[in-house]
Write a protein that binds this ligand. Structure first.
Ligand code: NOJ
Length: 557
C-alpha cells in the first residue's frame, strides 16, 4: 500500500475560540495555540486541524466566513498566523485548516455586492431564484426553509443558517476564486484542508419540492441535498487546480456518500485523501436529525457500524477515524450514557476514556483527536439556553418545544447533544477560569475543571493524558501493524466487547480487545505480549482473557 505522511500522522483538532486566550478577552486566539505547541508536541501530535479563524461575524463561530484572506481580530492577525505556522513547522507539527466552501457569511463582500446590485456579477456567485412562492420545501440544517426572501419575488438559498448563503459552484468565476483561496493558503505553508460540508456544494433535488416530513411542510436538506449527481466534476477540478502535485492532505466532511461510492471519494484517484464517516458518531440520533428524537442503540450495533465502516474504507482507500469533534457531544457521555464516568468518579473516568482511546488508536485510518478528549472531558451541564452559544443548539431547543416537549425535556436533549459540550474552554489548570483566560470566558467552563485539567494530569503518571501519550507512541512504534496493517474483526459473542486484529504484511499481528461494559467477562484469546492495558498487565485465566469493567488491551501475538 502506498505510504504517505498523513496516513501515519496523529491529528488534533483545535477549536480556536476555546483553546487558550492570551490577550485577556475571554476568547482563545492564535497566540494561545502557539503557546501550547509544546503541550501538543509532548502528547505526540503530528498535525493540527484548526477550525475557522477567518474574519467572520461568528453566527456559526467562524463557519460563516466574511473574508478568506483575513484573520478575525479576536484571533489575532496574519502575522500571528505566519508565526504560528513557522513555529509549528520548526517543531515538526503540520497545520491543516478548515475550508468552508459551501457557503460564506452574508457579510462577505461578494454577498453584500450581490444584494446591493441585482446586475452585479456576484449575483451569480450565490443561488438566487426568482419566484413568487418559496422555490422548494427543503429544510435548512439549522431550522426553517433553505430559502430566504430578499426582495419582492427574489430568494437566496442557504443550507445552514440564513446568515450563511450558499455559493453557486456552477459559476466558473466563483470556482476560480475558490481555487485562488486554496492555493493562497497552500503557498503560505499549510499542509492541507478539512473540507467543510463539501458534499452539499452541488445542488439538485433540494431545489424541487419533496414529500413533507412534518408539521412545517418541509423536508430535511440532509436527505436530499447531499452528494448530488455531477458533484465529482467540481471536486476533480478543485483537486487538479489546487492539490495535484502538492504533498497536501485533504479530509472531507462528506455525509451522504454511500459506502459503495467511496472509491470515487477516497480511492486511488479519489477527490480527497480521506473522509470522515458519521455512522457511529451519530448512533445516538434517530433519522431526521432532531435531537429530541434519540435512538435506542446497543454496543452490538456500535460494533456493526464500526466494522462496516472500517471494512468498506479498507476495500476502497483510506479513512479518518475520530470519536469527537467540535460538532459532537463528548464521547464519554455518548457511548456510556448514564454511566458516563459515573458522575465524577475519576477511576471510572480513567477506565472509560482509555477504553475508548484504545479502540480509536487500534482502528485503521488517520486518527483525529479533539481537544480535551485526551483529558477525558465530559459534557458540560448547561442550566438554560442563556448559557448556550451554538446556533444549532438553540434551534434544536426550539424544535423540541414545538414538538411538544416540556422545557425540562428540551433542555435535557440539548444537554445530551449540544455542540457547546465540546466547545467549552480547555481546562489548562485548576485556577480561575481553568487557566484558559484572565477574563470571563465566552462560554461556560466545565465545572469539573478543578479535578480534571491538563496540569493535574501532566503531574499524575497514571492519568488519561499519559495513557493517550502512550497510545500515540505505540502507534508510531508499531506502524506496520497499527497504521498499515489490515483490520479484521475478531467476532465474539460478548455484546459489550469490540475486538479485532491488525495484520501487517510482515511481522506479528496485534489484537485489540475493548470491553465497553461495566461487567467483567471472559473471552477466548490467544496469549501474547501485552502492549498496553488500562488495568496494567492483561489477565489470563487458562485460555481465556479476563476483561474487567471497561478494560482495554492491545496484545502483540
Ligand atoms: C459543519 C461544521 O463542522 C459545523 O460546525 C458547521 O456549523 C457547519 N458545517 C456549517 O459550516
Amino acid at each position: 500500500m502506498e505510504r504517505a505522511w498523513w496516513k501515519e500522522a496523529i491529528g488534533y483538532e483545535i477549536y480556536p475560540k476555546s483553546f487558550k486566550d492570551t490577550n485577556g478577552d475571554g476568547i482563545g486566539d492564535l497566540k494561545g495555540i502557539m503557546e501550547k505547541l509544546p503541550y501538543l508536541k509532548e502528547l505526540g501530535i503530528d498535525f493540527l486541524w484548526i477550525c475557522p479563524f477567518y474574519r467572520s461575524p461568528m453566527h456559526d463561530n467562524g463557519y460563516d466566513v466574511a473574508d478568506y484572506y483575513a484573520i478575525d481580530p479576536q484571533f489575532g492577525d496574519m502575522e500571528d498566523m505566519d508565526a504560528l505556522l513557522e513555529k509549528a513547522k520548526a517543531m515538526g507539527i503540520r497545520v491543516i485548516i478548515d475550508m468552508v466552501l459551501n457557503h460564506t457569511s452574508y457579510q462577505h463582500k461578494w454577498f453584500q455586492e450581490a444584494l446591493k446590485d441585482p446586475q452585479s456579477k456576484y449575483r451569480e456567485y450565490y443561488i438566487f431564484k426568482e419566484s413568487r412562492e418559496r422555490p422548494s420545501n427543503a429544510r435548512s440544517c439549522f431550522g426553517g426553509s433553505v430559502w430566504e426572501p430578499v426582495e419582492e419575488g427574489m430568494w437566496y438559498y442557504h443550507t445552514f443558517d440564513r446568515s450563511q448563503p450558499d455559493l453557486n459552484w456552477e459559476c466558473p468565476a466563483l470556482r476560480t476564486e475558490i481555487y485562488k483561496i486554496l492555493n493562497y493558503w497552500l503557498d503560505k505553508g499549510v499542509s492541507g484542508f478539512r473540507m467543510d460540508a463539501i458534499t452539499y456544494i452541488k445542488k439538485g433535488a433540494s431545489l424541487r419540492d419533496a414529500e413533507p416530513q412534518g408539521e412545517d411542510g418541509l423536508h430535511d436538506v440532509a436527505d436530499i441535498g447531499l452528494n448530488q449527481p455531477g458533484i465529482g466534476e467540481f471536486l476533480l477540478e478543485m483537486r487538479r487546480e489546487c492539490l495535484d502535485g502538492r504533498d497536501a492532505m485533504t479530509v472531507a466532511e462528506a455525509p451522504g456518500v454511500p459506502y459503495e461510492q467511496l472509491d470515487e471519494y477516497i480511492g486511488e484517484d479519489g477527490y480527497f485523501s480521506m473522509v470522515f464517516d458519521f455512522s457511529y458518531a451519530d448512533i445516538d440520533l434517530a433519522p431526521g436529525g432532531n435531537w429530541y428524537n434519540q435512538a435506542d442503540w446497543s454496543f452490538g450495533e456500535l460494533k456493526r457500524l464500526i466494522f462496516r465502516s472500517q471494512e468498506s474504507v479498507q476495500q476502497q482507500g483510506w479513512g479518518a477515524v475520530y470519536l469527537e469533534n467540535h460538532d459532537q457531544s463528548r464521547s464519554l457521555n455518548k457511548y456510556f450514557r448514564d454511566k458516563a464516568a459515573a458522575a465524577g468518579d475519576l477511576r471510572t473516568r480513567f477506565l472509560q476514556s482509555t477504553a475508548l482511546g484504545t479502540l480509536l488508536f487500534g482502528l485503521r485510518g488517520t486518527v483525529f483527536l479533539y481537544q480535551g478528549e485526551e483529558l477525558g472531558m465530559r459534557n458540560c451541564p448547561f442550566a438554560s439556553c442563556q448559557e448556550l452559544d451554538d446556533v444549532n443548539s438553540l434551534d434544536q431547543y426550539r424544535r423540541a418545544i414545538e414538538a411538544g416537549c416540556t422545557e425540562a425535556e428540551a433542555m435535557k436533549f440539548v444537554n445530551d447533544r449540544s455542540r457547546d459540550n465540546s466547545r467549552t474552554p480547555f481546562p489548562w489548570t485548576g485556577e480561575k477560569n481553568a487557566g484558559f483566560s484572565e477574563h470571563r470566558p465566552w462560554l461556560k467552563v466545565n465545572p469539573d475543571y478543578e479535578e480534571n485539567n491538563a496540569e493535574k494530569q501532566q503531574k499524575e503518571t497514571d492519568s488519561i493524558l499519559h495513557y493517550y501519550q502512550k497510545l500515540i507512541r505505540l502507534r508510531k512504534e508499531n506502524k506496520e501493524s497499527l497504521v498499515y496493517g489490515r483490520i479484521e474483526e475478531n467476532e465474539m459473542g460478548e455484546e459489550t466487547v469490540i475486538s479485532f486484529f491488525r495484520r501487517p504484511e510482515e511481522g506479528p499481528d496485534i489484537a485489540v480487545y475493548v470491553n465497553l461494559g461495566d461487567q467483567s467477562c471472559l473471552v477466548q484469546a490467544e496469549k501474547g505480549r501485552c502492549l498496553c492495558g488500562n488495568y496494567g498487565e492483561a489477565r489470563w485465566e487458562k485460555e481465556k482473557l479476563v476483561l474487567r469493567p471497561y478494560e482495554a488491551v492491545m496484545v502483540e501475538m
